[in-house]
Design a protein around this ligand. Structure first.
Ligand code: HSE
Length: 402
């Protein structure tokens, strides 16, 4: 019998409990051992819960109980999740988490502690909710050099953009709709400003490159500046606008990563990913392209990934799976200025002046109020310099080259 503890009985924690109870026999069969919940840690009162005897408010109950071999950390936030995770790992307990903030910030340290203690720190649910992506990257695709990852990693923004594209709602209307449906928080900044997707692409980039990719160094733009005019022009050109987490892993091991809205060709499989769904396209040197698609958030989808990690931990008691990334030297990240892009641009400047600065620009519309054009591919730094000279830029959105 393997005993586990769940830290945090919010949406994901209660989902883990529900799946553990609902699918108990199948889970035990797949783990080759019975797995039971010994503690649930939460500071709130759950005295009316049918299994109220499981609840504790003291982390020490879990830490000091040698029967507990796997701890599920679904508290969210950095503190005290970091301190609890570190202590549990140092005490020889494997830890499973959905906490992307913690993995993106302290992943290399916590993975090293797990490795040193011959146990595991697993985080399948931290990216893409229920979609398998962490295990495929370090296991199923292990024979490949991973060259590129392109993902729709945030369900809330994908829902908002889908509403703008499909229903013609403004950003503000679509956001209010997402809040009414419970997808977006009352303070939606983490989603709409791209921070959530940034943590997720940092984790995927770290895993794929084997080096810690600091999310502070990932250029991140959200979708708050996207207008219905942008959406309509994109449509007329054969594109949809998606918030994309992008990572390019070079042959020398250096990484370029960013999060920003991009024009995605309608023929791309990523263009058909709508509503709250997520998708992650991975390019490997041997497999080519492979895409992972599904529910990137929500109670049971996320909990299903957590429970799968619990099963894996139970199958690997005292056996490290050697998931690692290491600290990086300075200048590890490639500067955006040196990366080739093309932009879709709307500006108030007249066509002749645009043509003077960017002779190869392809003009889409020049109705007197706005000049709309697509730039040739060039180094981003150079294009930004030219666009600064042109001035009057209302929007500039990168075009995804696949
Ligand atoms: N707020 C996140 C999203 C939840 O919308 O995708 C999952 O990390």
């Amino acid at each position: 019998m393997a005993k586990i503890a769940i830290m945090g009985f919010g949406t994901v924690g209660s989902g883990v409990y529900e799946i553990m109870r609902k699918n108990a026999s199948g889970i035990s069969r797949k783990a080759s051992a019975d797995i039971d919940i010994k503690y649930i840690l939460d500071i709130r009162d759950f005295s009316s819960h049918p299994e109220n005897q499981l609840f504790t408010k003291s982390f020490d109950d879990i830490l000091n109980d040698s029967e507990v071999e796997v701890v599920v950390e679904v508290m969210g936030g950095l503190h005290p999740a970091y301190e609890f995770t570190k202590a549990a790992l140092e005490a020889g307990k494997s830890v499973v988490t959905s906490n992307k903030e913690l993995v993106a910030t302290y992943g290399s340290e916590l993975l090293k502690i797990a490795e040193d203690n011959n146990i595991n720190y697993m985080f399948e649910a931290s990216v893409g909710g229920g979609i398998p992506i962490i295990r495929p990257l370090h296991q199923c695709l292990a024979a490949n050099e991973i060259n590129q990852i392109i993902g729709i990693l945030n369900g809330t923004t994908n829902y908002i953009l889908t509403q703008m594209i499909r229903a013609g709602k403004s950003f503000e209307e679509a956001l209010a709709d997402a809040q009414a449906k419970g997808y977006a928080e009352r303070n939606p900044a983490a989603d709409v400003e791209g921070h959530d997707a940034c943590r997720k692409i940092a984790i995927l980039s770290s895993l794929a490159s084997g080096k810690h990719v600091d999310y502070n160094e990932i250029l991140t733009e959200g979708i708050t500046g996207i207008t219905l005019e942008d959406v309509h022009y994109a449509d007329s050109l054969g594109y949809v606008i998606k918030l994309i987490g992008f990572s390019d892993i070079q042959a020398d091991g250096r990484v370029f990563a960013r999060v920003c809205p991009m024009l995605v060709q309608k023929s791309s499989p990523l263009a058909g990913v709508e509503d709250v769904f997520n998708a992650i396209m991975v390019k490997g040197d041997s497999i080519g392209e492979v895409m992972f698609y599904g529910r990137g958030a929500g109670k049971l989808p996320t909990a299903s990934a957590v429970v799968a990690d619990v099963i894996d931990c139970v199958k690997h008691i005292n056996k490290s799976k050697h998931i690692m990334w290491t600290k990086t030297a300075e200048n590890f990240m490639i500067s955006a200025d040196d990366v080739y892009v093309s932009y879709f641009v709307r500006a108030t400047t007249d066509k002749a002046f645009v043509k003077n600065q960017i002779p190869e620009a392809e003009f889409v519309s020049c109705d007197g109020n706005e000049t709309v054009f697509v730039t040739p591919r060039d180094k981003e730094g150079s294009l930004n310099g030219k666009l600064a000279k042109i001035g009057g830029v209302l929007s500039k959105i990168r075009i995804l080259e696949e």
